[in-house]
Design a binder for this molecule. Structure first.
Ligand code: 5AD
Ligand code: SF4
Length: 475
């Protein structure tokens, strides 16, 4: 049971691999196929890559067998994520055998981590491109078409792809991701991201605003602002006559986007407990269209382990943050990330994580056992000394507790009425709508009003609940 749930959780966290679809791929001279793994940032990057490729005459296809160019946008966060990519490459091998002209490219974090080694390890790969080098793809493709293997994994201090208008792939036409910053300066000791995505940099606020306005005008009704650590967003406008003109922090950016229209919902991800400010919380509370939901990774409930992880907050600091959130927004939804079995974690320290969970009663959590990543600070400094079976047992305990909390939280919503944005048909039947409330909980309800469509807001009363879905009716 716990295993099955963890699988679901892992799959959600990794995101289902997806293949985009152009309206008419035949309108383009050549076809590309792209699959994305890992975080939402990777999915968002694939939309930038699609835009760059469109300009080069490549249309997207859902069928990799007919593609001239097959791309995998990869994740390195845990060993398992990398294994998934390697397995996927094996599936492409057969197609490449019968179609030697097909080019295979690896993008994203694994490309950055392994660099040219990828070409040695996986002979069928032609192109390796890191997260900051997507503008060089056209040149790399031309070289690869000439039979040369190519690599560009240069990281940048200022690339934000601000001027590139992403091509929305596999979009429901209602919800979209907008990247507001890249990279990460946090240096959590377990994490490979600072090495694969480079230094933190914030995107031009004006370009973010324009992208959001454009999405709204095209009918989108929900935007998720994306960054590895959105609370440290800080954009300084260019100097005018040697004088600093204006700065925008995350709270101000949130407000600017919220003011586009009350009909446009705003979400954001991910927050760091050390950086989320009262300013952000008050801005959230002030605007109805900023969703009352925060993903606030705790990682561990024990202060010694948090220090080893270099999270720069204590257990008490985290609990106080959650208290503050609930004071300012009593109805705010809360989710988290947890790592079990980090180096030297004792049974008592594991119990501290369980007790933080009891205290916060998260609506949802992504739960992982620690996976040592080469090159990270933890890999260099500490021994990965918790036995696999211990990690697994601790993870099961955490999953079981979270499952109880999710179920209880969802049951408590029975009888309540929520405003829901309709995103499409429910997965089970086209007789039901699927949408989410402000707190990010999924609601499913029958289509009783034929005038309603995707992108509309409705009020839904909850009648029943499972641990991941609220079932209701429109009121
Ligand atoms: N092992 C296990 N989980 C990890 N995460 C990041 N690095 C590791 C690792 N080495 C988890 C953290 C992070 C989420 C995106 O992935 O919980 O918040
Ligand atoms: Fe994976 Fe992190 Fe890279 Fe996203 S940034 S793809 S989660 S390693």
């Amino acid at each position: 049971m716990a295993e099955t749930l963890q699988k679901v959780v892992e799959e959600n966290r990794q995101g289902e691999a997806y293949a985009p679809f152009a309206e008419d791929p035949n309108a383009f001279a050549k076809k590309f196929y792209i699959e994305s793994y890992g975080c939402q940032m990777n999915f968002s990057d694939s939309e930038i890559v699609a835009s760059i490729l469109h300009n080069e005459g490549f249309g997207a296809t859902r069928n990799f067998e007919e593609a001239d160019l097959v791309l995998l946008n990869t994740c390195s966060i845990r060993e398992k994520a990398e294994q998934t990519v390697r397995n996927r490459l094996q599936a492409f091998r057969k197609v490449k055998d019968s179609n030697p002209g097909m080019l295979i490219g690896v993008l994203g974090c694994m490309a950055e981590r392994l660099k040219a080694k990828f070409l040695e390890e996986e002979k069928l790969v032609d192109i390796v491109v890191g997260p900051d080098a997507y503008r060089s793809l056209p040149g790399l493709i031309t070289e690869a078409e000439g039979g040369q293997k190519t690599v560009n994994v240069l990281l940048s201090r200022d690339e934000t792809y601000a001027d590139i208008s992403p091509v929305r792939l596999d979009s429901n036409g209602v919800t979209a991701f907008v990247s507001i910053m890249r990279g990460c300066n946090n240096m959590c000791t377990f994490c490979v991201v600072p090495f694969t995505r480079g230094r933190e940099r914030s995107r031009d606020a004006e370009s973010i605003l324009n992208e959001c306005k454009d999405l709204f005008e095209r009918g989108f009704r929900e935007i998720t602002l994306l960054g590895q650590n959105v609370d440290s967003y800080y954009y300084t406008y260019p100097f005018e006559n040697g004088v600093e003109t204006r700065n925008v922090n995350f709270a101000q950016l949130l407000e600017m986007v919220a003011l586009i229209s009350p009909l446009l919902r705003i979400r954001f991800s991910t927050s760091h407990p050390k950086d989320i400010t009262d300013d952000v919380l008050y801005t959230m509370a002030k605007y109805h269209n900023i969703c009352k939901y925060i993903h606030l990774p705790v990682q561990s409930g024990n202060t010694r382990i948090l220090a080893l992880m270099n999270r720069t907050y204590t257990r008490e600091w985290y609990l106080n943050k959650v208290k503050r959130i609930k004071e300012i927004m009593p109805d705010c939804g809360l989710s988290t990330d947890i790592i079990t079995g980090f180096c030297t974690e004792t049974e008592e320290e594991h119990q501290d994580t369980l007790s933080v969970m009891e205290n916060c009663r998260f609506d949802m959590a992504y739960m992982f056992s620690y996976s040592e990543r080469p090159g990270t600070l933890a890999a260099r400094r500490y021994e990965d000394d918790i036995a696999e079976d211990v990690k697994k047992r601790r993870l099961e305990e955490i999953i079981k507790l979270q499952n109880n909390h999710s179920r209880e939280n969802y049951l408590m919503d029975i009888g309540k009425t929520f405003e829901v944005l309709i995103e499409g048909n429910s997965k089970r039947t086209d007789q039901d709508w699927y949408g989410r409330n402000s707190q990010n909980k999924v609601l499913v309800f029958p289509k009783t009003d034929p005038n309603l469509k995707k992108g509309d807001y409705v009020h839904v009363k909850v009648l029943r609940a499972t641990s991941a879905t609220l079932i209701g009716e429109m009121v």
